[in-house]
Design a binder for this molecule. Structure first.
Ligand code: ATP
Length: 449
């Protein structure tokens, strides 16, 4: 048997082709295959059309010994994957009795009976095998498409259901154990997450370690103010060479980046901030205006957040800024709701109202309307207030405030996302002992003289 040295990924669905749905399945499969040392030679996405499916299955099968396909296995007329596989392999469709039994039991367990449409999901090309679906109805399929060249090895084709949860569970349970990556080649990877440095400055700061022809290869991606360094190296199975090289690079990067390096692997900024607060027995509250609870949502998305997230005030109107966060209306009248003064008062008011050790307040203009020459769309003031001495917490405790003005770029969603993450970055750097207002963050404006 030949090895699965390289692979093609095919997704099907009119929703993908029309841009209504982002093809996250292909991304997931690409990450998984890459981590197994299997190179991707092509991604394809095509509509629910039988001829196009058959043609593409045959074309991709001629390019790689492995083809992973997602979607089109459901019960509707538009679900054509099993028919296309039957045509591409020159086989007829038969009912898989085990799949039919599973389907009947699955539906019965939910008080439903089998109809003709649903029974279609138990059909398979005669030479194919069904892959069990532990979390949905449609079984997957595994088949081989023979090479047109006599004697040449064929292609293993795996067809997986479209819903991402069904796809990943079937991938891990049924497909990965059947893959044959080249035994001599594994790819080791690391992810390091960085905040508070613009991408261009990061590349300058890291110097030759970022060269494109270097081994291990280090790449960088940026998302809403957070940079992710991806370290990658292929090596022989069983050799510690790749892991040792990545350990050495990680140590070098740690020295070059200092506290800008906030996390590794699956760690996120909200999770790191919350776990740091938790370790110090401190709590955080939010007072949000233009982000409308987004920062609270980022924090509460982390399991166990209740240990260090106290809660938040959603003070969208000026009236609620006053009523809930205690902002003096005269301050709003004098400086406007989007101002350093009001942001600071919101944060201090949030500390007072919630009794938390830290409060982050965000007030700004997310657009597309509402900007002015002095405060264009994207202007956001963010304040972080904290009780200077946790031992004397309470309304009388001394409060420190770090307040900054930003001009975020992008559309309404980008501005809100960037503001929420920037608020977290301010808390992060204070927790790690940075002096007030350091470091200067992305999109930050100079303080008024
Ligand atoms: P079902 O049994 O649910 O019909 P299926 O295999 O027929 O599964 P599709 O009908 O193609 O899958 O897609 C079902 C849903 O799965 C889509 O509406 C979409 O929400 C999700 N989905 C499909 N393909 C993708 C993809 N490539 N990336 C992310 N989500 C996808």
């Amino acid at each position: 048997m030949s090895f699965h040295t390289h692979a093609c990924i095919l997704s099907t669905g009119d929703e993908i082709i029309t841009g209504q749905l982002l093809d996250t399945n292909s991304r997931y499969l690409a990450e998984q295959l890459t981590s197994l040392g299997i190179s991707i030679v092509e991604f394809a996405a095509i509509p629910d059309d039988l001829d196009a499916l058959v043609h593409t299955l045959r074309r991709l099968a001629s390019r790689a010994p492995l083809l992973i396909m997602s979607g089109g296995l459901g019960p509707t007329e538009g679900d054509l994957t099993r028919h296309a596989l039957a045509v591409a392999t020159g086989q007829g469709l038969v009912t898989d009795e085990a799949a039919l039994r599973h389907l009947t039991a699955w539906l019965a367990g939910r008080g439903r009976t089998m109809n003709e449409r649903q029974a279609r999901q138990a059909l398979r090309p005669s030479g194919a095998t069904c892959l069990p679906n532990a979390v949905g109805t449609a079984p997957g399929l595994h088949s081989r498409i023979d090479s047109p060249t006599p004697g040449a090895a064929g292609t293993d084709v795996f067809c997986l259901p479209g819903p991402p949860g069904e796809l990943s569970s079937m991938w891990l349970a049924s497909v990965v154990p059947m893959l044959r990556p080249e035994p001599s080649r594994v790819v080791a990877t690391r992810l390091l997450h960085v905040v508070g440095i613009p991408e261009a400055d990061l590349v300058t700061r890291l110097g030759p370690i970022m060269k494109r022809d270097r081994v291990p290869l280090i790449g960088v991606t940026a998302s809403q103010g957070v940079l992710t360094l991806r370290l990658r190296m292929a090596a022989s199975t069983g050799s510690a060479q790749a892991e040792q090289a990545l350990d050495a690079d990680e140590a070098t990067l740690g020295e070059l980046l200092g506290d800008h390096l906030f996390g590794r692997g699956q760690e996120t900024l909200p999770a790191v901030v919350l776990s740091t607060l938790r370790a110090r027995h401190q709590t955080l509250a939010t007072v949000e205006s233009c982000t409308g609870g987004l920062l609270g949502a980022l924090l509460t998305a982390i399991p166990g957040s209740s240990a260090s997230f106290a809660g938040g005030l959603l003070t969208y109107s000026n009236e609620l800024k006053t009523r809930l966060a205690g902002v003096d209306p005269a301050l709003i009248a004098a400086h406007g709701a989007v101002s350093e003064q009001v942001a600071s008062a919101m944060a201090a008011g949030g500390l007072h109202a919630t009794g938390a050790h830290h409060a982050v307040a965000i007030t700004g203009i997310a657009g597309p309307d509402g900007g002015s020459p002095a405060k264009p769309v994207g202007t956001v003031c963010i304040a972080h207030a904290w009780q200077s001495k946790s031992s004397t917490s309470g309304p009388a405790a001394p409060v420190s405030v770090d307040v900054r003005r930003f001009r975020f770029t992008g559309d309404r969603d980008d501005i809100r996302q960037r503001a929420a993450r920037t608020g977290l970055a301010m808390v992060y750097f204070q927790l790690f002992g940075r002096p007030l207002s350091e470091p200067r963050l992305l999109w930050q404006l100079d303080a008024p003289k």
